[in-house]
Ligand binder design. Structure first.
Ligand SMILES: [Mg+2]
Length: 211
């Protein structure tokens, strides 16, 4: 169950597409708490979960299938664990006053209902698309040929690159949280703007939307 692309009605305003995990809702920090509750921890050795989750008191790796199951379990229980970054609320509200704001979350659609409730609980009532597909074609489909400004915010470089390839006119904003493992991510490249926090992201996007 998901708000499908076809059901989303855009107005004649600019479009802002925004990722959720580690952009609006904290992800790595509560995922670490979830792991700790199961006697596990995430080591910041490289920018991936697989291969970096180990036991509490030894470095025995959790196998790939088990890591995927942990992630699945975390998303199923997300309402108990995740909460927003404190500076996201005001920035999203400000953006929604001048643009159509759509959440695009890379999550299996079976977790849509839990994510919808969680976002609503914090007042983030903007439309949500939960999909595992590449984000570039989805944003392209959403925005189409409209001659209006479009911006995309994500913490993951491959998502920013995907949208950049399919929607070349889109402002790409990289907004990673200040967390150890994110510092091991590859650089996004010169065509992507990096923001330190939500106020900086808001400034970049507002300037772009104003043309
Ligand atoms: Mg994310």
């Amino acid at each position: 169950m998901s708000e499908s692309l076809e059901n989303i009605r855009l107005t004649k305003r600019p479009l802002v597409v925004c990722d959720v995990d580690d952009v609006v809702l904290e992800f790595v920090t509560p995922f670490r708490a979830f792991l700790a509750s199961r006697g596990l921890r995430l080591l910041p050795r490289s920018f991936r979960l697989h291969g970096n989750i180990v036991g509490e008191s030894d470095d025995t790796r959790v196998e790939a299938d088990a890591v995927s199951a942990l992630l699945e379990g975390f998303f199923a229980e997300q309402e108990q664990w995740q909460s927003p970054f404190s500076d996201a609320t005001g920035a999203l509200r400000a953006l929604s006053e001048t643009a159509d704001l759509i959440f695009l979350t890379a999550m299996p659609p079976q977790h849509f209902a839990a994510r919808r409730r969680l976002l609503d609980r914090f007042g983030f009532t903007y439309p949500l698309i939960a999909a595992k597909e590449a984000k570039g074609p989805l944003v392209r489909h959403l925005h189409g040929e409209r001659a209006l400004p479009v911006a995309f915010i994500d913490d993951m470089v491959h998502n920013l690159h995907s949208v950049g390839e399919h929607v070349p006119q889109c402002l790409l904003v990289h907004l990673p949280p200040p967390i150890d493992i994110h510092q091991l991510a590859p650089p996004a490249g010169d065509h992507v703007r990096r923001a330190r926090d939500w106020p900086e992201a808001l400034g970049l996007i507002s300037a772009h939307l104003a043309g």
